[in-house]
Design a protein around this ligand. Structure first.
Ligand code: COA
Length: 326
């Protein structure tokens, strides 16, 4: 049996931590409100001189070491990110140079918090087309660099970090069993960053008008997130013919504990089968799933033979799920 599988995982988060108590001094909020409404206690935040590619490279080096693959043997580097170092060149090209992965084709995917899941399907397709290929997939973000620190409804949510995996074909019955992706561009204005693109190029007006920060209608996003992640996970289980009760671990995008809890209940999963680390990271967008996956592999929550589901939702709107046998 040949399948496309993850050979190794890695992650990295900046050392500096911003707690809810710190946020109480910045905006009109409380630790109690943030904890009860989101499940977040603290998040890692990058300093101003450290761009996202630095986090991406650290996570990638750990994934390559775990996979025992040399950077020079990579065929593709794909970065899921909406906070690249600059608009162009792509962050994947910056990572390629820093890793010395001279053979690799490199590009970014902008699918918001679903970037890593979209990347998994892309990696699967690329390896299906040529089974000799090795793909490095990274989710890396510094959302705190585009956060509106005066907007209490969004600034309490976000954190920085990176996670990475190396994928290749294996001659074993483990790896990706099914995927499901979706998008609805009609809901693009629920989470977006209006300034800096060709519609509103950077100018004094866009800066004064706070157009370079995240705009989000959080309470409108919430029900879509629950419905679409639940649907994506169900469709991926159906496509693989794996019954719900054989799912061993759900790793959902860490956006809000109440969203995570609702998806767990929708899939009839007890909470011990749902991975949660939002209390320590906040929402790290496309990095959230590969960070959680790396933690779960390293702390023994994932062991060979387990059915693991990754499911995400994000700006676009986009959503998707990947079911794997580890
Ligand atoms: N501290 C204290 N009060 C706050 C607050 C904060 N940080 N942020 C908002 N509030 C207040 C609001 O002003 C509002 O007050 P009002 O009732 O007097 O008007 C009240 O809390 C309820 O606001 P609401 O927006 O309805 O809260 P909520 O329960 O929906 O929680 C989010 C807000 C943003 C935490 C929640 O909607 C959410 O997580 N949504 C999903 C966002 C998301 O996941 N985005 C990324 C997708 S990848």
């Amino acid at each position: 049996m040949k399948r496309i599988a993850i050979l190794g995982t890695g992650s990295f988060a900046p050392e500096k931590i911003l707690t809810n108590a710190d946020l109480e001094k910045m905006v009109d909020t409380t630790d109690e409100w943030i904890t009860q409404r989101t499940g977040i206690k603290e998040r890692h935040i990058s300093d101003k001189d450290t761009p996202t590619s630095v986090l991406a490279v650290k996570a990638a080096e750990r994934a390559l070491a775990a996979a025992t693959v040399n950077a020079g043997d990579l065929d593709f580097i794909i970065c899921g990110t909406v906070t690249p170092d600059m608009i162009f060149p792509s962050m994947a090209c910056l990572v390629q140079a820093k890793l010395g992965a001279t053979k690799a084709v490199a590009f970014d995917i902008a699918a918001g918090c679903t970037g890593f899941i979209y990347g998994m399907e892309l990696a699967r397709s690329l390896i299906t087309a040529d089974p000799s290929r090795k793909v490095l997939l990274i989710g890396a973000e510094e959302l705190t660099k585009i956060t509106d620190w005066t907007d209490r409804s969004s600034c309490v949510l976000f954190g920085d970090g990176a996670g990475a995996v190396v994928l290749a074909q294996v001659d074993e019955d483990r790896g990706i069993l099914s995927t499901f992706l979706g998008a609805d561009g009609n809901l693009g204005d629920l989470i977006y960053q209006p300034g800096g693109g060709s519609l509103h190029p950077a100018s004094h007006e866009t800066v004064d008008g706070k157009m370079h920060v995240i705009k989000m209608a959080g309470n409108r996003v919430f029900p879509h997130a629950v419905r679409k992640m639940g649907e994506a996970a169900t469709r991926a289980l159906e496509a693989a013919g794996v019954p719900q009760d054989q799912l061993d671990l759900l790793i959902p995008h860490q956006a809000n504990f109440r969203i995570i809890d609702a998806i767990g209940r929708q899939l009839n999963l007890p909470m011990e089968k749902v991975y949660v680390n939002i209390d320590r990271y906040g929402n790290t967008s496309s990095a959230s799933i590969p960070i959680a996956l790396d933690e779960a592999v390293r702390n023994g929550r994932i062991t060979p033979g387990k059915h693991v589901m990754l499911v995400a939702f994000g700006a676009g709107l986009t959503w998707g799920a990947v079911l794997m046998r580890w």
